[in-house]
Design a protein around this ligand. Structure first.
Ligand SMILES: C[S@@+](CC[C@H](N)C(=O)[O-])C[C@H]1O[C@@H](n2cnc3c(N)ncnc32)[C@H](O)[C@@H]1O
Length: 280
């Protein structure tokens, strides 16, 4: 991956643009794989008693909004994200208030929300601690936050074939290390420290596993439209077609085991201290 010296702000803007370009593919092909994890996190949050405001931080295409709505039927649910394209898709499907915003600097009043969901977002931030400090600011005393971040992942063998062929073809993509920041939050200890530093209390962190067996044609589609999209675009038409042919050839007799994805996530819940009940 080509490394270019870009400011963190520029990398955030490029990430938002990448999400916008791939919004449909994300929503159709990747979101169904990770959404159950976000839904399980939601089940751990005190949403049933929530009657006012809930916020979905980095809501993307709004994949978790239906589950939040089901759990907190009397609350107003607000979604924020930095990608226009993801929000556009969310707006097509949901009538909840949605706003374009950097989650490290929330243009929202303090002490407003009862629950905040931060699913698959913190590792995209140059300063995840700023996001959690902002979440703490906008939560009411005693309000709850739930987070999900990535641990280790084992990509399917078929993905390695894509990587090899793209490299062989000379495909390039500009790396965005400031917003591909998985090491910020890939352990229980790191998540506990981040939440403590943002003044959260009663922190619980646990790990869960995801396994997904791709259908070969869905995996191909996912690579073309999402994961390998930029690298394919960096090739001229002829090289791109040749690369796709080679991938198809090499994977033509690949068995189901080539399409198994396994990932580990860290889930956390925590609360904003409430001086009235002395939990600080
Ligand atoms: C992996 S998606 C997760 C979306 C959703 N939470 C879900 O679980 O499906 C990450 C989302 O974070 C958003 N994001 C990344 N950096 C952001 C930032 N600085 N401010 C707001 N949103 C951001 C992206 O635009 C993207 O929609």
């Amino acid at each position: 991956m080509k490394q270019v010296d870009l400011t963190a702000d520029k990398q955030m803007a490029m990430l938002a643009d990448r999400y916008s370009q791939r919004a449909d593919a994300y929503d159709g092909l990747w979101s169904p794989i990770i959404r159950p994890v976000g839904e399980r996190l939601i089940a751990h949050l005190p949403l049933s008693s929530t009657t006012k405001y809930v916020i979905d931080i980095g809501t993307g295409a709004g994949a978790l909004l239906p589950a939040i709505e089901r759990s907190a039927p009397s609350a107003v649910i607000v979604g924020v994200d930095r990608s226009q394209g993801m929000l556009r898709l969310a707006k097509k499907k949901h009538s909840t208030p949605l706003a374009l915003m950097d989650v490290q600097k929330l243009a929202l009043p303090a002490n407003r929300f009862e629950v905040a969901v931060v699913a698959f977002v913190l590792f995209h931030l140059p300063f995840p601690e700023r996001c959690l400090a902002e979440v703490n600011r906008v939560l009411q005393p005693g309000g709850a936050v739930g987070t999900v971040t990535w641990g280790s992942e084992n990509e399917p063998l078929a993905s390695a074939t894509w990587d090899e062929e793209l490299q062989e073809a000379g495909a390039q993509v500009i790396g965005l290390p400031a917003v591909d920041n998985r090491t910020c939050c890939d352990s229980s200890q790191k998540m506990t420290t981040l939440l403590e530093q943002a003044d959260f209390v009663t922190i619980k962190v646990w790990t869960e596993s995801i396994e997904h067996r791709w259908r070969s044609e869905d995996h191909f589609d996912y690579q073309v439209r999402m994961n390998s999209r930029l690298r394919l675009q960096s090739l001229d038409v002829e090289d791109r077609e040749a690369c796709l042919r080679r991938v198809r050839d090499r994977l033509s007799d690949a068995d189901d085991e080539h399409y198994v994805y396994r990932g580990e996530v860290f889930m956390a819940t925590a609360f904003k201290a409430d001086p009235r009940v002395g939990n600080q």
